[in-house]
Design a protein around this ligand. Structure first.
Ligand code: AMP
Length: 273
């Protein structure tokens, strides 16, 4: 991959990179389209990264279908698919980790303490191997997108990070490889995450400024659906992710909800008039 990337660069062509964990859906494909528009060559990686999963999380059962993924990527016109294995990326004796000091102290970082360090480390490694000029990340994983942007700035990496909008199902559920875990009734309940976000925007439009009140309403709406368990709902600063009490600027509303055993996340920037 490194030799191949170097050859592309020697030809004077630019590389757009879309890292994924596979089991691809329209959300991933939209990132690939953005990448293709912005650079000469598109590189997609498919790698379920063990170091970003906690001991009791779903690394083993994470959905995988390499044949289907390769067909989809080819259809999207990616010139290169990089599918490393864990033993190559993490050989015996591996010991370096990239960790951020503040951004992981919020939202998903609280229940997944290893997650963002694992993500920052694998993305750094992939950047060094793929040598992209730009990389595209989904705003569905807003905190991850912010972590990568911060890391690139902090470490002076010469890569432009692009955030792409969340692609949704017809009822608003954010597409996710993990949606495949949901039973039919759980799939019904999963729509409540997006309903809670859009309802919150209506409350802000109606003049409610107290973040606590909006969060309570969102909690109530989600709790009204079977098999849901709210992990967090936060209204926070779009840059630092620090909680916001009074809404007097655009803010990020982010949430994580367990539907059955499946942990789903979603977010929306609440606009302010
Ligand atoms: P994953 O395979 O889940 O690690 O995701 C790979 C990339 O796709 C990440 O940048 C995600 O943010 C992005 N992504 C996942 N789901 C969506 C979605 N529904 N809309 C847009 N981007 C997404």
């Amino acid at each position: 991959m490194r030799v191949h990337a170097e050859k592309i660069r020697e030809r004077g062509e630019t590389i757009a990179f879309v890292p994924t964990m596979g089991f691809l859906h329209e959300g991933h494909l939209s990132l690939m389209r953005t990448g293709r528009e912005k650079a000469d060559q598109l590189v997609v990686s498919i790698f379920v990264n063990p170091t970003q999963f906690g001991p009791n999380e779903d690394f083993e059962s994470y959905p995988r279908d390499m044949q289907r993924d390769l067909a989809l990527v080819e259809k999207e016109g990616a010139g290169t698919v990089f599918t490393p294995d864990a033993a190559t990326l993490y050989p015996e004796g591996f010991q370096t980790r990239v960790d951020l000091a503040k951004l992981p102290d919020h939202l998903c970082g609280l229940s997944r303490p290893h997650f963002f360090g694992g993500v920052a480390t694998i993305v750094t490694k992939l950047f060094n191997i793929v040598k992209p000029h730009i990389a595209v990340f989904g705003q569905k994983d807003y905190q991850q997108w912010r972590v990568i942007g911060q890391m690139v700035r902090d470490l002076n990496l010469d890569i432009k990070i692009i955030g792409a909008p969340t692609v949704r199902e017809s009822d608003g559920l954010a597409m996710s490889s993990r949606n495949s875990y949901l039973t039919a009734p759980q799939r019904g309940s999963a729509g409540s995450l997006y309903q809670a976000l859009t309802r919150s925007q209506v409350l802000v439009d109606d003049g409610i400024r107290d973040a606590r009140r909006i969060i309570e309403q969102a909690e109530k709406l989600i709790a009204g659906h079977p098999e849901t368990m709210v992990e967090y709902i936060s209204i926070c600063d779009t840059e630092t992710l620090e909680p916001v009490q009074t809404i007097d600027k655009p803010v990020l509303m982010a949430l994580a909800v367990k539907v059955g055993a499946t942990r789903l996340i979603d977010n929306m920037v609440l606009t302010f008039k």
